[in-house]
Design a protein around this ligand. Sequence first.
Ligand code: AMP
Length: 302
Amino acid sequence: MSLLVVGSVALDSVETPHARRDDVLGGSAVYFSYAASYFTPPRLVGVVGEDWPKAHTSLLDERGIDTSGLQVQPGGQTFRWRGKYLPNMNDRETLEVHLNVFEHFDPTLPDQYRDSQYVFLANGAPTTQLRVLEQIHRPRLVMADTMDLWINIQTDELRALLKKIDGLVLNDSEAILLTDDENLVRAGKRTLEMGPKFVVIKKGEHGAMFFSRDATYVLPAFPTEEVVDPTGAGDSFAGGMMGYLASENPAEFTPHVLKTAIAYGTLVASFNVEDFSLDRMVSIQRADLDGRMRQYQQMLSL
Ligand code: AMP
């Protein structure tokens, strides 16, 4: 089934306690679409500037990602983000953000994308996320991501968005900020009351919590020793999750189906953090994910 992602396409500079990389391929829509491409060929909508290396588009094309919605703005510069990870590799500081062409990103979807059945509104202004949603005819499943900035400065628009989507993914500190509740179980349930049918709270190396009207559960992260660069963990998680759902296109989004999807999201993210940029994901195949799934299932069986 068709899967659409709309979000940032970036050149990231990342510093960890052990190494650094400058101007590498990144952005929420890039991580999401690459992760989803193990399951189904996604459609990507984003914007870049003239400085965008064509080789990056080729890398996405080679995975079957439809990049016809990636607009190159003449005379513009690509969105740039610079971040630094603390020694625990979970917490990070944003050192620089240059929105550049992303500042006025107000996508008009290509006609052939408007029938998309599965839609991911990656982290962005809720006003933009709402406008994208209005352009899609009858999606089966819409999920969105958000961040502290939007919770703080576009609270009303975010509340309006939450009434129109099926699933929200956000991290623990964002859930606390959104609901003003430090207890994550209550925070998850309060987020549900704001409109979505389900909520996934990501807790980095501590896994993910799921909330719907019928079920609450927690899945651990896959324990990996090799955490090189956590950038894109959240987006690759969402990409694995929605890629799986779009490829299965289940009759109903039961808590059980969503649990398998969250498990696949967890596993793609666990590979993604093992190297900078998309480097680790580039080196794996679907069979590697399925191999890790068998280990994960064994780990969880009681
Ligand atoms: P994650 O680690 O999953 O939160 O995603 C990190 C990615 O998000 C990086 O590749 C950044 O380029 C991108 N990013 C950082 N800040 C923003 C922002 N304000 N809006 C959209 N994307 C962003």
